[in-house]
Write a protein that binds this ligand. Structure first.
Ligand SMILES: Cc1cc2nc3c(=O)[nH]c(=O)nc-3n(C[C@H](O)[C@H](O)[C@H](O)COP(=O)(O)OP(=O)(O)OC[C@H]3O[C@@H](n4cnc5c(N)ncnc54)[C@H](O)[C@@H]3O)c2cc1C
Length: 439
């Protein structure tokens, strides 16, 4: 039986904790928040079937009050002159769930499997001894473990404080995360627009996006930018939305918080002796839409499998590399592909994005699949349309090609944990990154 610490009671941490506890390991989750407060106060989309695939929680167990279908969607160009509408059929319609009940369910499941919890106990730093992570430091003590699972989010105090010799990227770069504000405002008029879910790309010319979703009782507003948001900027945007959609007042009924969303390719290297990062702390989202719940649940499950196969309580980087490698081969490669397109779009001036909308270079299939549906055949059609303005088209093509090459490299990571080989592999991937300029 190994002593395993999980930092952060998010989706990834809880999915790993449940499986490892059920197999007899001694798992303790350290969470900075209060037990009754874990999870964001809003609804998000993810693949519900992953709950049954990874945790055995069946969809039929989900109460009707905690989830819903989201309405049809329209992507809006920066000039607002062109909309790309997406009408979902019954099979494809997006399902969204309130985060707090989702996290409560994951936490209760982990508890039932035997996981221990320390709430209101922030993890402050890793404890390192002889180039191995041997535990965590909290405010009043250090706690030893055979394995520390870092599931403490984008700015995890574990990952960001690891010494350089572990070669794990500590900080995201500009363009790697969205600074987000999200709030549900009370509706004052009984209205549901034809496309209730509006997504504004390069909203107001800013690098990022906003969404405005009208549901039965409220409007759900998200503002996501690659530079930090100011309160006056948020207030101005909410005011602008209210002028354009005069059916909500200023009463916030859910959310009203700032948060971070990783929108980059996952960490190439995310393990070290005694340490593995999962979820947002390893930047595991789909960059074009910031979805990370699926990937963090899947990563938690994969990491638990690696630990269970290991049949040792000496969790070296060699042992944990299996998880790192398998994650990239199964999921990381798709996120890496997607990051190229996202960075290319963020690098274009607003007129460039308008051009892509107006010439149908960007189409519903690209947007509904967050860039995943773009294939060679559709590229030829785009080529013909995009040639009206080669520089803008070339920028997008570069994003797709660089993303594709990076994706290929994520699919072929070094077979074993060999730091020199990993550094070479990582350098090749980095050389394909598209740096997002300040516009
Ligand atoms: C506005 C917004 C909208 C989003 N929409 C979607 C969506 O529609 N679909 C989707 O799939 N994803 C969405 N995401 C992304 C999604 O929230 C994350 O990718 C996902 O939550 C990652 O899960 P995780 O397991 O990494 O842990 P997280 O959910 O990030 O949880 C980390 C936990 O660690 C705790 N913690 C942090 N620091 C410490 C510390 N020092 N010590 C102890 N505990 C700590 C936190 O309190 C938290 O409980 C959205 C994110 C935001 C901000």
């Amino acid at each position: 039986m190994s002593r395993i610490i999980v930092a952060g009671a998010g989706h990834g941490g809880l999915s790993a904790a449940a499986k490892l506890s059920a197999a007899g390991h001694s798992v303790t989750v350290f969470e900075k928040g209060k037990e009754e407060e874990i999870g964001h106060d809003w609804q998000d989309r993810f693949t519900f079937s992953i709950l049954s695939d990874t945790l055995g929680i069946q969809e039929t167990q989900l109460q009707d009050t905690i989830w819903n279908y989201r309405g049809d969607c329209a992507f809006i160009s920066p000039s607002k002159n062109k909309r790309i509408a997406i009408n979902y059929n019954d099979e494809e319609r997006q399902k969204i769930m309130w985060r707090k009940p989702l996290l409560r369910m994951l936490k209760d499941h982990a508890k039932a499997c035997g996981t221990e919890f320390r709430f209101e106990t922030p993890v402050l730093a890793p404890v390192i001894s002889g180039r191995r992570i041997t535990g965590i430091a909290t405010e009043d003590r250090e706690i030893e473990a055979d394995l520390v699972i870092d599931a403490a989010g984008v700015f995890s105090p574990l990952r960001t404080k690891l010494p350089k010799y572990f070669f794990i990227e500590p900080q995201p770069s500009r363009g790697d995360i969205f600074y987000a504000y999200r709030a549900y405002y009370k509706k004052t008029i009984d209205i549901i627009p034809e496309y209730p879910f509006e997504i504004y790309l390069r909203h107001n010319g800013d690098q990022g996006l906003s969404w405005f979703y009208t549901d039965d009782n409220a409007v759900d507003i998200l503002i996501g930018r690659i530079d930090p948001l100011s309160q006056s900027g948020i207030d101005a945007l909410i005011g602008q939305f209210r002028t354009e959609h005069p059916w909500f007042n200023d009463e916030i009924i859910h959310g009203g918080q700032n948060a971070y969303i990783p929108v980059r390719r996952p960490l190439t290297l995310m393990v070290a002796d005694g340490y593995a990062a999962i979820g947002d702390s390893a930047f595991m989202t789909t960059p074009m839409n910031g979805m990370g719940i699926d990937l963090s649940l899947l990563a938690g499950d994969l990491l638990a499998d690696t630990v269970l196969h290991a049949k040792t309580d000496h969790f070296t980087a060699d042992v944990l590399w299996e998880y790192n490698r398998d994650f990239h081969m199964l999921y990381g490669y798709a996120a890496a592909k997607n990051a190229g397109l996202k960075n290319a779009l963020l690098s274009l001036p607003s007129q460039g994005v308008d051009f892509l909308f107006e010439q149908d270079v960007i189409q519903a299939s690209d947007l509904s699949g967050a860039g995943k549906n773009t294939n060679l055949v559709s590229l030829f059609g785009k080529l013909a349309r995009g040639l009206h303005n080669p520089p803008y088209f070339a920028a997008v093509l570069k994003g797709l090609l660089q993303g594709s090459k990076a994706s290929g490299l994520y699919q072929t990571p070094p077979l074993c944990y060999d730091l020199q080989q990993i550094q070479k592999w990582d350098q090749k991937i980095r050389s394909l990154d598209i740096v997002v300029p300040k516009l």
